[in-house]
Ligand binder design. Structure first.
Ligand SMILES: [Cu+2]
Length: 130
């Protein structure tokens, strides 16, 4: 009898962990692109999570993009976000914790690039906590 009770508790623990990981997998991150910055510019995500990335360009005339190149973790993203538009994408956060920079690569003629004006941020992949 004790054995049965013990395994029932273990099973509910496992189900809880499964549900917790599913909830984590549905994480949505919203980043505003405008005025030559990303808001927020530091994105904390758990390693291995599935993320829906919502990129909102709040400028009326200026196109922006979201560039994240980290070949060491198989991430290669260039997402254009036209003025006053929202672009949504999904990706799997790599399993390797670390800090990965992202930026806007837009540049108009001889002006400074958006990145040079400070339009950059960091994807911070954090290890799973028990
Ligand atoms: Cu930009």
């Amino acid at each position: 009898m004790r054995l049965i009770n013990h395994s029932a508790i273990s099973l509910s623990g496992i189900i809880f962990l499964l549900l917790a990981s599913i909830v984590q997998a549905q994480q949505t991150i919203r980043i505003e692109l405008g005025d030559f910055r990303f808001t927020p510019d530091k994105i904390h995500v758990p390693a291995g999570a599935q993320v829906e990335l919502e990129l909102v360009n709040s400028d009326t005339l200026t196109p922006h993009d979201f560039v994240l190149k980290a070949p060491e973790i198989q991430l290669d993203m260039i997402i254009n976000v036209p003025p006053r538009k929202t672009v949504t994408t999904q990706f799997i956060v790599p399993a390797r914790p670390g800090v990965y920079p992202f930026y806007c690569s837009k540049k108009l003629w001889f002006f400074k690039s958006h990145r040079e004006r400070g339009m950059e941020g960091q994807l911070i992949v954090e290890a799973h906590r028990p």
